[in-house]
Structures are given as C-alpha cells and as structure tokens.
Design a protein around this ligand. Structure first.
Ligand SMILES: Cc1cc2nc3c(=O)[nH]c(=O)nc-3n(C[C@H](O)[C@H](O)[C@H](O)COP(=O)(O)OP(=O)(O)OC[C@H]3O[C@@H](n4cnc5c(N)ncnc54)[C@H](O)[C@@H]3O)c2cc1C
Length: 407
C-alpha cells in the first residue's frame, strides 16, 4: 500500500517549523518587506535555535547542509528497507518555514545555498573546515544566467593559491553571508569541464560587495553584486577535484542542483500553501465554503477554482517529496529534481496570483499578505534554473538527448 502521509518521525520537526513560521516569521514579514536591505536581527536568535536543534540531532539533519548523500546512509531504515533522511527533513521543514516567509528563510544565517553546495561537494577536511559558515552561492554574471557553462570569471593557479577575477551578480545573501561559493573557470578554452567552485571567506583582499538590488519580492533577502579582482584563495578552497575531466563535463558542478532544486521546490510549495490556506479562510468569511468531498463542478466557481489549485499543489508537493526521497536513498534524481522544481515553480506562481484574484481587492491590498506572496513566489520559478531550463533538462533526460542535441 502506498502511504502518502509524512513520515511519523518528522512530525515534531514539521510542527516546530510551523510554530516558528507562525509565531516568529509571519509577525515580522511585512516589516522586512517594507524595510528592504534592513538586517532581520530577529533571525539571529532563530538561527541559534536551529544550530542547537542540529547539534542535539532533533532536526533530523534538516537544513542547507543536510543534503550530503555519500555517507552510506546513517539514517534508520523503514520496514521496507528505504530511508527517510535529511533531504526529506529539509524539504518538509523548509515548506513550513516558507508558509511563514520565503525572504526570511533565505536570510537565515548559516542556511545559504552555498552551504548546500559545500555539503554536496566538499571532502571530509573541507566539510570540517567550513562547518558553521554562512555561504552564499555566486554563479550568475552580467551576460551569463541560464547559460552557466559560459562563465567568464577565471581562477588561475599561482603557487598554492588560486587568483580569482570576475563579477558575480544576484548573489542571494551576498551582503550578509560570511563566505561565498564562487563558480570560476580554470581554463576558458576547455569549456564547461573547467568550471569549478571555490569557497571565498568575506574579508579576503580583492573581493568586495559592490551593491544590493531592489526587487519585486523576497525583499527581506539581500541580493548582491560581488567583484573579484586578483582575489587570492588557498588552493585547498577548491571544492571537489581540481582535475579538468572533459569526459565528465559539467556533471560535477551541476550535482549541487540535484540537492538544491528540491529545496527551492519546497519554498514554492510552502508559499503556495500559505496563499491557499488564507484564501480558503477569506472565502469562508465571504460565505463560500469549499467542500473537498464533492466534485468541483457542483460547487461555486470560486470553490471549484480553489479545488483545482489544491490538486495542482498536491502534484508539486508529491514531486518535491519524490526528488528528496530519492536523494535520501542515494538514487540519481536529476530528472525528478528538475520536474519538482518546474512544477512547483510554475504552480507556486499560478496559485499565489490566482489567490490574489479570488480575494479581489483584499488580495491586492497590504492588509493581507496575499499580494506579497504573489511577488515572493515569482523568483522561485527563476533562480536555481528557470521554468524553461527545467523543462529543457526534463526533455533531454526523457528523450535521451545531450545538451548539444537539444538547446
Ligand atoms: C532575487 C534573485 C536571487 C538570485 N540569487 C542567485 C544566487 O544566489 N546565485 C546565483 O548565482 N544567481 C542568482 N540569481 C540569478 C538567477 O539564477 C538567474 O537570474 C537565472 O539563472 C536566469 O538567468 P538570467 O536572469 O540571466 O536570464 P536568462 O538566462 O537571460 O533567461 C531569460 C529568459 O530566457 C529563457 N531562456 C534562456 N535560455 C533558454 C533556452 N535555452 N530555452 C528556452 N528559454 C530559455 C529563460 O527561461 C528566461 O525566461 C538570482 C536572481 C534573482 C532575481
């Protein structure tokens, strides 16, 4: 029998994350939407609590650095011999936190996308050395977005150091994080295989945060431009192998996305859940009851629309669970991670905007958070690979075509 209930062992974690979202994130949500670039200092206490839970083991390994998957699996197996591990714990808790506020979740100290990159690729020595850092992830450049294989930032080996030169834009938490994971090319003539990631501590000479962006949504999250000019980092800060393996191509660097795309899917699913819950309550106040046990066609247009959105949401939720579960069970999940990200990113934007529509002027005004969630969710269909790029990846994998054959 298929059991679609969340694993029982994660119930306390999910319950705690929901409480935090409701009691700590929601109350400050609008404050930091208005106060763009203001540091949400309330998160320091929350981050300390998350650290405490991780150290005690109560978090089930959830969080940005919980996505490692090469340890042979220390989690207890279920009676069917499978594992419900840190990846599942992470998506379930991120979903709840984003029911509270996506921008604030993205601003949580020590939970950056760079932390997930370190967890995915670092060796044992690096994992220990970079434990407890807060790392942003710098891939995008002026003129290089979806086509990340064309990165122009360079890393030249000089003695036992790499010298980085280039400009990175739209780095989430780039202003606040204390480390940045930077993608740079060892040799631009060797193409995508020469792209490696480097951990650069803030304060390293030659690295500077140039400016912060003003944005449509997730305004609590700082988004930075970072310049590297003859910035020297120890050679030991290169993540993964320094060898340029043209046969393996881009696979090493891209492996991070198999772990992070389900997390971004969870953000979209959480934000959409918030919109659906509030819209259902607002409809009930307006006298429209949604009956989940009766066909949509015999209900009012508003109730039918909500039910259609609920089914879209369920599809995204299940794909998110599948991608994370496969990671927990050391199964290749590139296809499923992209499917989850594509579905959740699209459904998240559709649902949050449709909820604004269903609630009318109440949805559009700032008295409720519906308009904010519609703004916040859009980015989740853009970063970590846009909707179109996820669909391209899915098509390539399903049709068995290479990136050269299907562009
Ligand atoms: C708020 C915010 C936070 C971000 N955080 C980070 C971060 O932390 N680190 C980081 O490195 N980057 C980050 N980014 C950058 C983000 O990942 C890029 O914006 C994204 O990858 C898209 O790149 P682009 O903006 O250059 O768009 P482009 O790649 O120029 O794409 C423009 C449009 O063309 C479509 N398109 C492109 N190629 C194809 C194709 N082959 N087929 C069909 N359609 C295509 C795209 O889907 C999109 O709709 C962030 C961006 C924002 C706005």
């Amino acid at each position: 029998m298929i059991n679609l209930d969340d694993p029982k062992k994660f119930k306390p974690l999910v319950g705690q994350a929901h409480q935090v979202a409701m009691n700590m994130l929601r109350p400050i949500s609008r404050k930091y939407d208005h106060g763009e670039h203001e540091y949400p200092q309330e998160l320091d206490m929350l981050a300390a609590m998350v650290d405490g839970l991780s150290e005690s083991g109560a978090s089930g390994g959830a969080g940005a650095s919980g996505v490692r998957r090469d340890e042979g699996g220390t989690e207890e197996k279920t009676p069917t011999g499978t594992r419900n591990g840190a990846n599942l714990a992470s998506v379930l808790s991120i979903l709840e936190m984003c029911w509270g506020d996506v921008g604030l979740l993205l601003s949580m100290p020590r939970q950056g996308l760079g932390n997930s990159a370190i967890a995915s690729v670092a060796d044992a020595e690096q994992s220990e050395r970079f434990a407890g850092v807060w790392a942003g992830m710098a891939i995008t450049e002026p003129g290089v977005g979806s086509d990340s294989a064309n990165i122009k930032t360079t890393a030249r080996l000089d003695g036992d150091e790499y010298v980085l030169n280039g400009e990175k834009i739209y780095v989430t938490a780039g202003g606040r994080a204390d480390h940045i994971v930077v993608w740079a090319s060892l040799d631009r003539d060797l193409g995508r295989a020469a792209i490696k990631s480097f951990v650069v501590p803030k304060g390293t000479p030659g690295m500077r945060v140039d400016r912060l962006e003003h944005k449509l949504g997730i305004r609590a999250s700082d988004t930075a431009t970072i310049i590297f000019e003859d910035c020297r980092v120890p050679a030991a800060n290169l993540l993964g192998s320094p060898e340029v393996d043209t046969k393996q191509g881009f696979a090493g660097a891209m492996a991070t996305f198999d772990n992070t795309r389900p997390l971004v899917a969870a953000m979209a699913v959480g934000c959409a859940r918030a919109s659906l819950d509030l819209t259902r309550d607002l409809l009930a106040k307006a006298g429209v009851e949604v009956d989940y046990d009766r066909p949509a066609v015999v209900q009012s247009a508003a109730a039918a629309k909500l039910l259609q959105m609920e089914s879209d949401w369920e599809g995204a939720y299940l794909l998110m669970l599948q991608a994370a579960w496969m990671a927990d069970n050391r199964q290749p999940n590139s296809l499923e991670a992209s499917m989850a990200k594509a579905k959740a990113g699209r459904v998240g934007s559709d649902i949050t905007l449709s909820c604004v529509e269903l609630a009318g002027s109440v949805g559009y005004g700032e008295a409720e958070l519906l308009e904010k969630w519609a703004r916040d969710s859009k980015i989740l269909d853009i970063f970590e690979g846009t909707q179109q790029i996820q669909q391209l990846i899915v098509a390539r994998r399903v049709l068995g075509l290479s990136s050269g054959e299907l562009k």
